[in-house]
Design a protein around this ligand. Structure first.
Ligand code: CUA
Length: 165
């Protein structure tokens, strides 16, 4: 049996080449973003029980707030809730310029959002899951954060701020 030559129209062949080049370009762009620019995709960090996450004394969200891990490095445990009031606990955190803060945010009730103005932090907060993202605040100022998922009648008053001094 002799090999048959498949006829590929030049128009079709050119589009196959362009498609392949595009795949390579996209793969490179994703690699540069992930490894070169350090862009992170917020991923579920851990599972928690939403019924006890705010009250269990062993849960960091029973006493939400800032913990200094080392000089200039902080963990921020934030609770986003709708009951009894639509709010973030704590509503405000204050840190020195240059601080690197890892946010651990969860909800004891419904789905919320967490977006910090002028940063790339913008993720969903789901009951039962912990959302985690690290941000370095290299400029002084007030960085407001807001809820970006509709969570009920008090959604519009769900906000807070990171104050960088
Ligand atoms: Cu919480 Cu909208």
């Amino acid at each position: 049996m002799s090999a048959q030559k498949i006829h590929v129209d030049s128009y079709e062949r050119n589009w196959m080449i362009i498609s392949f080049v595009l795949l390579v370009v996209f793969a490179l762009a994703v690699s540069v973003a992930a490894f070169g620019l350090g862009i992170q995709v917020p991923a579920p960090e851990q599972r928690v029980d939403p019924r006890t996450v705010a009250t269990d004394p062993n849960s960091p969200w029973s006493n939400p707030g800032l913990r200094e891990v080392s000089a200039g490095v902080y963990d921020a445990y934030i609770l986003a809730r709708a009951v009894p009031n639509w709010e973030y606990l704590p509503k405000e955190i204050t840190i020195p310029v240059g601080s690197k803060v890892t946010f651990y945010v969860t909800s004891p009730d419904v789905q919320h959002g967490f977006k910090i103005q002028d940063t790339n932090a913008n993720f969903m907060v789901l009951p039962g899951q912990v959302s985690k993202l690290t941000i370095t605040f290299s400029k002084a100022g007030t960085y407001n954060f807001i809820c970006t998922e509709f969570c009920g009648s008090g959604h519009g008053v769900m906000y807070g701020a990171v104050i960088v001094k």
